[in-house]
Design a protein around this ligand. Structure first.
Ligand code: SAH
Length: 386
């Protein structure tokens, strides 16, 4: 069996419950790209088994601990366990994440369900090599009408893998109709952002519905996720996204849901917030769901100033008694750092604010207790007292 020998520091990481070993902690490897390797400690003990990458900085992604080598049934068993967990959540939606990589003990594999279709992403050499087996297991377990590989994320380049989108099973149509609670969406699994929807925000959209009222602003709306969920509880909704394509989708989705109180504007949200402030606009409910401002550690300082600016402006636009739903999906910005920057924004806006809920990504995107990086999405629901 191929092996990789790791340093003392690497061994300590594994013992602390982290599933990744970086290049600097691998002393020696005798393996081909995508192999399952026995992970050997500096004193020659087998510590577990991992997927090996010869290109990525993350050389080893653990799939098992201890010295029992994983058998052939491992992949299907883990897929079945991931599916059973989602079933147990009894989600009120036909689109959700079925497999969330490391958090389902299937490192670097994503599987999202959109109605009768599945969309998969293989984000390492090890998973890429096993995609035919994984596809076969998914067909056996779920009998989907089609499976699409959305293998176009840039991280694949770090693994030396190409970027492409292709149907792996059945036929996958250009759009799929799905439902989240009472909201209907049309999703483009081939070209939409991520795998088509921001599924990780589904439960936060649900939570936001409990507070929404009056005039709503949904900034960074994409295809109208929050706007559509909140429109039934609101007088009017203004949805803003920089992408013309997204704004066309918001309008289509509003019509599909027979909602006539949503206005969608293709605008830079930073400019639009400033302009709304200039004309003296006021809102009862505001959602801020920007893209990850900090894609890496070096970008954190700039990201924080971006978060501060939009939250400051939103808190000024918010009426007393109003709610702000503010999110960060940068895993490099911790919850503490995010709370601190929003607190600074509140102080600068001279707003008295209470914390109504502290939330994270939905339960179908589990967080690993010992892997802080997996807690990437923070969502605060705040109330402006005065
Ligand atoms: N709230 C959405 C997801 C938002 S994802 C949902 O629940 O589904 C972030 C969105 O921000 C993307 O659609 C992207 O097009 C948009 N975006 C990025 N930069 C922007 C900017 N400066 N102004 C407005 N929108 C922006």
């Amino acid at each position: 069996m191929p092996t990789a020998t790791i340093t003392r520091k690497g061994e300590d990481r594994l013992r602390a419950g982290h599933p990744w070993i970086y290049r600097s902690d691998v002393m020696d490897a005798n393996a081909a790209p995508g192999d399952i390797v026995a992970v050997v400690g500096p004193r020659g003990r087998t510590l577990g088994y991992a997927l090996f990458s010869d290109r990525s900085e993350i050389v080893l992604r653990m799939v098992a601990h201890g010295d029992d080598a994983p058998g052939d049934a491992m992949w299907k068993d883990r897929l079945a366990a991931a599916i059973a967990y989602r079933d147990s959540l009894a989600l009120d939606a036909t689109a959700y994440r079925l497999v969330h990589g490391e958090a389902d003990r299937l490192p670097s594999l994503i599987v999202d369900r959109y109605g009768d279709y599945l969309v998969v992403q293989a984000l390492s050499q090890g998973i890429d090599r096993r995609l035919p087996d994984i596809t076969a297991a998914l067909v056996e377990l779920l009998r989907p009408a089609g499976i699409l590989a959305r293998n176009d994320p840039r991280v694949r380049l770090l693994e030396g893998l190409d970027q492409h989108v292709e149907a792996l099973h059945g036929e996958v149509p250009p759009t799929i109709d799905v439902r989240e609670g009472e909201v209907r969406y049309q999703v483009d699994p081939w070209r939409g952002q991520k795998t088509g929807l921001f599924l990780d925000q589904r439960e936060n959209r649900e939570a936001a519905m409990r507070y929404a009222h009056g005039r709503v602003l949904d900034a960074f709306s994409y295809n109208g996720g929050f706007a559509l969920a909140l429109a039934r509880r609101a007088e009017t909704v203004l949805a803003v996204d920089i992408s013309e394509d997204a704004v066309a989708r918001i309008k289509g989705n509003a019509t599909r849901n027979r909602l006539t109180n949503i206005e969608a504007r293709a605008m830079n949200a930073f400019d639009e917030l400033r302009e709304l402030e200039r004309v003296g606009a006021a809102f009862d409910t505001i959602v801020l769901d920007p893209p990850a401002f900090a894609k890496n550690k070096a970008a954190v300082r700039k990201a924080l100033s971006g978060y501060k600016e939009i939250n400051l402006r939103a808190l000024k636009l918010l009426k007393p008694g109003g709610f702000l739903v503010t999110c960060s999906c940068s895993y490099n910005v911790s919850e503490d750092a995010f709370v601190a920057i929003v607190a600074e924004a509140a102080a600068d806006a001279r707003a008295e604010v209470s914390v109504v809920e502290k939330r994270a990504q939905g339960r179908d995107h589990p967080i690993l207790l010992n892997v802080p990086e997996t807690y990437y999405l923070k969502c605060l629901i705040l109330r402006k007292l005065a």
